[in-house]
Design a protein around this ligand. Structure first.
Ligand code: ZN
Length: 308
């Protein structure tokens, strides 16, 4: 077991090539691996591992806490991203199907705080009126449709940059309990986990692509999220940008790292201007979208920009 946050391990199986009767001065050809799996990345709860292998190889990913294993398939491009849950157990074993090859990554634990936010305007938290509920429902349908769309791209292999220049204000992970009163005088209470990384930027700050991707949603008016862009980086990884004042990209558009997506704002259910950047890990080899989850964007910024 390798106990490092920056993880790298390889397992491979080779055999010597049998004699080919090559001409005397022919170059010696190294035997290609019959099977291998090579993983690197950030081995921390909420992090991401990047594995390479022969296209089509299946990796069975088993958490040490006995939670359900997930199977991922190495793509045509020879790589696959493996998200690590916020509450993943202390190790993940990655086994190459139909072989005896496996790697075990020791997972660094997170310590996410629990916060109580009082004096909240409840009407800002929940959809309460019928019109608000309808708006939230339409927004939900658009988001679910976009999360079912998968594009090809470099995934996390090229690394990530910050999508806006500004100080981080809220990290990924804390549980927030909101307590407040609505316009009708009724008290309300709601608990949620912050699944994005917030940057405190004034309205109108340029938002750029943190990595290459294809736009799978561009909408100026989702109920909770406000102006929103989904950018699919490939390998199932999708960036979500919320509360934007301006959306400058359209669905299907190919965007390079650093290219403008729009401008930050204070739209949707917010308590002030900021950019909420979230990254969802989805398993492209599974039809079941309930197995997808958000990972910590700040950890992606630590990824080495190239695979070994
Ligand atoms: Zn946020």
């Amino acid at each position: 077991m390798i106990g490092m946050r920056r993880f790298w391990a390889i397992a491979l199986m080779t055999t010597a090539l049998p004699g080919h009767g090559l001409a005397e001065n022919a170059e010696t050809v190294a035997a290609p691996p019959l099977a291998y799996v090579d993983c690197s990345g950030i081995a921390k709860q909420g992090g991401l591992l990047l594995c390479t292998g022969l296209p089509g190889s299946v990796l069975n990913v088993s958490p040490s806490d006995g939670k359900q294993a997930r199977s991922v398939t190495i793509g045509e491009n020879g790589h696959v991203a493996i998200g690590i849950r916020q509450h993943e157990g202390d190790a993940l074993t990655i086994a190459l199907q139909d072989t005896s090859l496996s790697l075990t990554a020791s997972i660094e634990p997170r310590e996410d705080p629990y916060r109580v936010i009082e004096g909240f305007d409840c009407d800002k938290v929940d959809a309460r009126t019928q019109a608000q509920k309808d708006h939230a429902g339409r927004s939900w349908v658009k988001k679910q449709a976009a999360f079912k769309r998968f594009e090809t791209g470099p995934g996390a292999t090229t690394g990530f940059i910050l999508p806006a220049e500004g100080p981080p204000s809220s990290p990924f992970g804390p549980t927030r309990k909101y307590i407040g009163v609505g316009k009708d005088g009724e008290p309300c209470e709601k608990t949620s986990i912050h699944r994005g990384f917030d940057l405190a930027v004034p309205v109108g700050t340029e938002i750029v692509a943190p990595a290459d991707g294809i736009v799978t949603l561009g909408d100026e008016d989702l109920y909770y999220e406000g102006g929103t862009v989904f950018l699919d980086h490939g390998d199932g990884l999708v960036s979500v940008f919320m509360h934007m004042s301006v959306v400058d990209v359209e669905v299907g558009q190919n965007v390079r790292v650093g290219e403008r997506l729009g401008a930050s704002g204070n739209t949707g259910r917010t308590t002030g201007p900021h950019l909420h950047w979230a990254v969802k890990w989805r398993n492209p080899s599974s039809e079941d979208r309930r197995g997808d989850f958000y990972i910590d964007p700040a950890l992606l910024l630590e990824l080495e920009p190239q695979l070994r």
